[in-house]
Design a protein. Structure first.
Length: 246
């Protein structure tokens, strides 16, 4: 199954905590994890957060500023975002393809922008600020259930089929076979539901497989893997493993 590593944390900075929580069973078809990233003491220098390409959509709640929240999705490249010297974010990582963009379009790379949309993100963010971890997870679950009931979130049978057969997928043609569509149909449906063309989506799957320690599933030779990994992240695999804990 697809287990995206959407971020990497520099383990040399001890004043930054990162935690993941598994969602309740009835939401696992649309949510991958609830996430929390925060400083435990002010940092000497602004923190550079390395966000990896994972094809997921996120709900982001800035716990220092109630109106800074939103729905965001990165493109296929990795990004380094400056979070400042003190920060506290709570996020929901939605699985690829489950967010219905025709209903509400995600923003891009949002970490400090006030929310002006129709979703109740600001009152949810305010409630989260006064809650402990258990209550926060309950609040996030209620919000996800609301999105699901309103049709803003829906399980994606295409990505589910791809994730179930990841070990057998080495090309776009394999992707089309896995979901029993023609390459043209796959192009249209995957772009519509995830925002990515099949080739870019496959690159993301390959990168995520490499982070799970199985690059041989995706690349025919080591040099190809190293070049593709560096193009996606800005680091060679060796540099990445030394700098980050994923």
């Amino acid at each position: 199954m697809y287990d995206p590593k959407g971020n990497s944390v520099d383990p040399t900075i001890g004043e930054v905590d990162f935690a993941e929580t598994t969602p309740p069973e009835h939401l696992k078809s649309v949510v991958h994890r609830y996430l929390e990233l925060r400083t435990t003491a002010p940092l000497q220098n602004p923190y550079r957060f390395h966000a990896l390409p994972d094809a997921c959509t996120y709900a982001i709640f800035n716990q220092h500023t109630p109106n800074v929240t939103g729905i965001t999705r990165l493109r296929a490249s990795s990004e380094e975002l400056s979070l400042g010297c003190e920060f506290h974010f709570i996020n929901i990582r939605f699985l690829p393809g489950v967010w219905q963009s025709e209903r509400i379009q995600p923003s891009y790379g949002l970490v400090d922008t006030p929310y002006l949309g129709a979703l109740p993100l600001i009152p949810i963010n305010t409630a989260l600020m006064s809650q402990g971890t258990v209550a926060q997870n309950a609040t996030l679950t209620t919000f996800v259930e609301l999105l699901r009931d309103e049709g803003i979130l829906r399980p994606n049978p295409i990505t589910q089929a791809l994730f179930a057969q990841m070990e057998d997928i080495h090309s776009v043609a394999d992707m089309a076979t896995a979901v029993d569509y023609s390459p043209r149909q796959l192009q249209r449906l995957l772009k519509q539901t995830t925002g990515f063309a099949p080739h870019d989506f496959l690159k993301i799957l390959r990168l995520q497989q490499s982070l799970l320690g199985e690059p041989s599933l995706s690349y025919s030779d080591q040099s190809h893997f190293i070049n593709a990994f560096k193009k996606a992240t800005g680091y060679t695999p060796g540099q990445f493993s030394k700098k980050f804990d994923v």
